[in-house]
Design a protein around this ligand. Structure first.
Ligand SMILES: NC(=O)c1ccc[n+]([C@@H]2O[C@H](COP(=O)([O-])OP(=O)(O)OC[C@H]3O[C@@H](n4cnc5c(N)ncnc54)[C@H](OP(=O)(O)O)[C@@H]3O)[C@@H](O)[C@H]2O)c1
Length: 351
């Protein structure tokens, strides 16, 4: 069964696994992700809820609104027993104001998401990407109005750089506006980029981290292995390119280590990849996606898997990265590092 963790500095306790719904519908860019209809969504929701999952993540842009419609329809009368997270920012049309984080687009999009989700409130409304052209005061005051009108409970960011997060938190504080409680980011044992700046920011500022594609879209599921042809129909075989793989050899080394650790527990590589992330600082919940009910059932069992410190270390080592500037220079002044700094630097400091 999943555990519950506080979502950043908010009072909300969310499950450590969240059901992602990018495969509900399955049109547009989500064509290769899944084709889950309302009946399939009902079964996925039931399986997830049986394991204690209380958070469901969608976005207006997933299958051009169809994912939200399917989630709303499939939740039906159980809507108020769970939390629904959705997103705004990416294009919902071809017009000049059909994308972005303007007051106009945010308010119109929230109303449209509420209609598609068949609900009167969104529990977590996330801005899907940064908008460098709209003043943050405009974006945050529009989100604040949605919170005060009762249509939105909490707000979060997604895919922001650390400085975007800091500027947002500072702007909200300066104007007395509702702050972000979370950021949704790509993170996996294959892609640990957020450990440089985003994790320390989250620890320092009390932001919750929701992880998207914790299995790197399936690359860490065990079906992609050195010298093995992944099954036809799998997302990455069909041309899905996220997250990018810059070093295929390193990916396969990581996969072999996942298999080795999995063998110790009679577990699957996917379960180990998820358990690894759940032990990382600031991580609140992993947003998992599943094409099939079997994948979902199996991945949910990761909530019960505890890795030994030596196993965690093996995975950290095989996926280690070089410290860029200024972080390697911080090692020269390691006498005054905070808990946030140490999330990145602790392993590099000579004992
Ligand atoms: N904020 C953002 O920008 C953003 C971006 C992307 C996603 N998201 C959110 O994150 C959610 C999860 O993303 P994701 O689907 O990429 O997550 P993921 O968990 O990394 O990948 C899921 C995919 O991996 C494969 N898989 C999973 N378990 C498996 C198993 N046990 N055995 C074999 N294959 C397995 C399946 O694909 P195949 O069967 O095709 O191999 C499945 O669809 C989305 O639904 C969405 O809510 C957010």
């Amino acid at each position: 069964m999943v555990e519950y963790r506080q979502l950043g500095n908010s009072g909300l306790r969310v499950s450590t696994l969240t059901l992602g719904t990018m495969g509900f519908g399955g049109t547009g860019f989500a064509t290769n992700v899944g084709k889950i209809d309302v009946a399939g969504a009902r079964r996925q929701i039931e399986i997830a809820r049986d394991s204690g999952v209380n958070l469901f993540d969608t976005a207006d842009v997933y299958s051009a609104g169809v994912s939200e419609e399917i989630l709303g329809e499939a939740l039906g009368g159980s809507r108020d027993d769970v939390f629904v997270a959705t997103k705004v920012r990416l294009p919902m049309g071809d017009g000049p104001n059909d994308a972005g984080l303007s007051r106009f687009h945010i308010i119109r999009s929230a109303e449209a998401s509420l209609r598609r989700l068949k609900t009167d409130h969104i529990d977590l409304y996330q801005v899907h990407e940064w908008d460098g052209l709209t003043p943050l005061e405009e974006t945050l005051s529009a989100l604040d109005d949605l919170v005060h009108s009762g249509k939105v409970r909490y707000i979060g960011a997604s895919n922001f750089a650390a400085w975007h997060l800091m500027k947002s938190l500072w702007t909200a504080d300066r104007h007395g506006l509702t702050p972000f409680v979370s950021t949704q980011v790509n993170y996996s044992v294959q892609t640990r980029d957020i450990e440089y700046e985003i994790v320390p920011t989250a620890v320092d500022q009390g932001l919750g981290i929701l992880v998207w594609s914790p299995l790197a879209g399936g690359l860490l599921s065990g079906k992609y292995r050195r010298g093995v042809d992944a099954p036809a129909g799998s997302r990455h075989v069909e041309g899905w390119g996220e997250p990018p793989v810059y070093d295929v050899d390193k990916l396969y080394d990581i996969v072999e280590e996942l298999f080795a650790v999995a063998d110790n527990h009679g577990a699957t590589p996917a379960q180990v990849a998820l358990a690894y992330l759940l032990a990382k600082p600031a991580v609140t919940s992993l947003v998992i996606g599943a094409r099939t009910e079997e994948q979902l059932q199996s991945n949910l069992a990761a909530a019960d898997l505890q890795l030994e410190p030596s196993e965690f270390e093996r995975l950290d080592t095989v996926s280690a990265f070089n410290l860029p500037y200024p972080f390697w220079h911080h090692l020269n002044a390691a006498d005054r590092l905070s808990r946030a700094d140490l999330t990145l630097l602790a392993r590099y400091i000579k004992k």
